[in-house]
Design a protein around this ligand. Structure first.
Ligand SMILES: Nc1ncnc2c1ncn2[C@@H]1O[C@H](COP(=O)(O)OP(=O)(O)OP(=O)(O)O)[C@@H](O)[C@H]1O
Length: 202
């Protein structure tokens, strides 16, 4: 699925790994370690070196919008370009059941985006990314602003998507969450990535 070979950029030492379909990797590390730099490099949002491919197709041979549709990115602070929520979706109405599963009240529809809570906007950004039906989703602390129940709802939805083949690379500072949501644990410090061995994670 996603194959990364010697990907690097300022602040990130060369990184190589594979992420399979329906696999989930948790990425942790101190603040400022390079987690967001790595996600943005994978999403093709910043200049970087190295090779990245998806299902054997080299990123450099794909138009950027095609890549970004397949490799979705949910930033820690998602951007909004219109006050009207529906403007950010292809078909907001059809997402009602998913919104409900994330405990988003229908009232979010009636309020201008800047009036929504941080946690509401975070879940809406996740829905926005899922609507594009990516093969890989890069998540930067997607439950950071959420309470326990909403966090569980996000984890359950992503687990369901994962069971249908979605691959996840998920930044979290919560070690228990990392163990719940991922079968592999990555650790990054000062721009250097390593895969935590099973005994490290305990
Ligand atoms: N475009 C850039 N070019 C070079 N360095 C950058 C760039 N953007 C951020 N940095 C720096 O790179 C380092 C890693 O930043 P990054 O945002 O990846 O941290 P992080 O691991 O996601 O941290 P946090 O957990 O606080 O979100 C920081 O020192 C940051 O200031």
């Amino acid at each position: 699925m996603l194959s990364v070979h010697q990907l690097s950029r300022p602040g990130l030492e060369p990184v190589s790994f594979d992420l399979a379909a329906a696999e989930s990797i948790a990425l942790s590390g101190p603040s400022g370690a390079g987690k967001t730099l790595l996600l943005r490099a994978l999403a093709d949002l910043d200049p970087c070196q190295g090779d990245v491919s998806l299902d054997g197709r080299e990123r450099r041979n794909m138009p950027a919008p095609d890549w970004r549709q397949r490799v979705g990115y949910v930033p820690a602070e998602p951007g909004w370009w219109s006050d009207r929520l529906a403007d950010h979706f292809q078909d907001w109405d059809s997402l009602a059941p998913l919104a409900e599963s994330l405990q988003l009240k229908t009232a979010v529809n009636d309020r201008p985006v800047p009036q929504l809570s941080t946690g509401e906007r975070q879940r809406l950004a996740l829905l926005r990314a899922l609507e594009r039906q990516p093969k890989v989703l890069l998540l930067d602390e997607p439950t950071g602003p959420l309470d326990e129940d909403a966090t569980a709802a996000v984890e359950a939805l992503l687990k369901e998507k994962q069971n249908h083949g979605l691959a996840l690379l998920w930044v979290t500072h919560d070690r228990r969450q990392a163990e719940r949501i991922a079968s592999r644990q990555f650790w990054i410090d000062r721009g250097r990535l390593r895969e935590a061995l099973q005994e490290d994670a305990q």
